[in-house]
Ligand binder design. Structure first.
Ligand SMILES: [Cu+2]
Length: 157
């Protein structure tokens, strides 16, 4: 009796965790393409919002002179020449927060100010799945425990 109880609990937990894994990987498996225009002395868009763990690919092009595309804290440093589209990535930003993109090719007097921000937001979908899994698992345990206690109560014959 005791063994089958725990087998059932284990089966439920496994099902739930694989479901949440499926959910989170489905969320992260598509690569998002973000097109960025470099021009004196800005990137367009200059604020790029991504989700933590999301896979993104940058397509960078320039509408005037040669620019650079450097992502702070990474070894990604590309040169973007007129008439070219430079594909950067796939790259994932794991830590919520802000990451700077900088022009790494001197392109004019305001070159040092040519930056963009990647705003990395927490992966709410993933945390939602984890929370849901825990709540359902907890409720299931309580329920199973109760129904077994009932059935183990001595019955009068
Ligand atoms: Cu530049």
């Amino acid at each position: 009796m005791g063994t089958s109880k725990w087998t059932l609990v284990l089966a439920i937990l496994l099902t739930l965790s694989s479901l949440s894994l499926l959910g989170s990987s489905a969320e992260g498996s598509h690569e998002r393409v973000i097109v960025i225009e470099a021009k004196q002395f800005t990137f367009e868009p200059s604020i790029i919002t991504v989700e933590a763990g999301e896979e993104v690919i940058f397509h960078v092009w320039t509408s005037d002179v040669t620019h650079g595309f450097y992502i702070d804290g990474t070894d990604i440093k590309e040169e973007v020449k007129p008439g070219e589209i430079v594909v950067v990535g796939p790259i994932t930003f794991d830590k919520p927060g802000k990451v700077k993109i900088r022009c790494s090719v001197t392109c004019g007097p305001l070159h040092p100010f040519m930056t963009a921000d990647v705003v990395v937001e927490p992966n709410y979908t993933f945390y939602g799945f984890v929370a849901l899994t825990l709540v359902v698992a907890g409720a299931t345990l309580v329920y199973i425990n109760r129904s077994y206690k009932k059935s183990e109560e001595p019955t009068e014959e």
